[in-house]
Design a protein around this ligand. Sequence first.
Ligand code: ZN
Length: 167
Amino acid sequence: MEHMTTRPILIHPDPRLKTVADPVREIDDDIRRLADDMLQTMYEAPGIGLAAPQVAEMCRMLVMDCVKEDDAAPRPMVLINPRITGHSDEVQFGPEGCLSFPEIFANVERWYEVDAEYMNLEGHMVQVHARGLLARAIQHELDHLDGVLFLDRVASHRDVYPRKRYR
Ligand code: ZN
């Protein structure tokens, strides 16, 4: 963790955000370093999820932390080669942001629950059943690995609105 640094986040319409990322072949020092840097970059932004292509690394890796409470301990997740293996029929419709679109939010329909599997940094396969915000984040971030952006999922321009400014 001692060399953790933030990396610049690609901003739409950077064409790399529309590129399909390659599977991670081996969990080596470069991948561990990238995971640390992505977490640092996500926390500083701040955001709740970040995909490797957003920092110009075209590999199938995500970091997330969907703890919402301000004083809760961080719960970082690193998901390598993630895939969705099942989902509910029920959907959720609500606001979503993206660190590659600093100016906007959009209402996006997502499945309410998903089953996903991924490899963690220790090389173990992990199954997760997610609902609500975590399920939304997994779907949003996994889309990044296929070059799909949240605006591609928006049904109407009326569902896109400016991000509120607090300063
Ligand atoms: Zn995003």
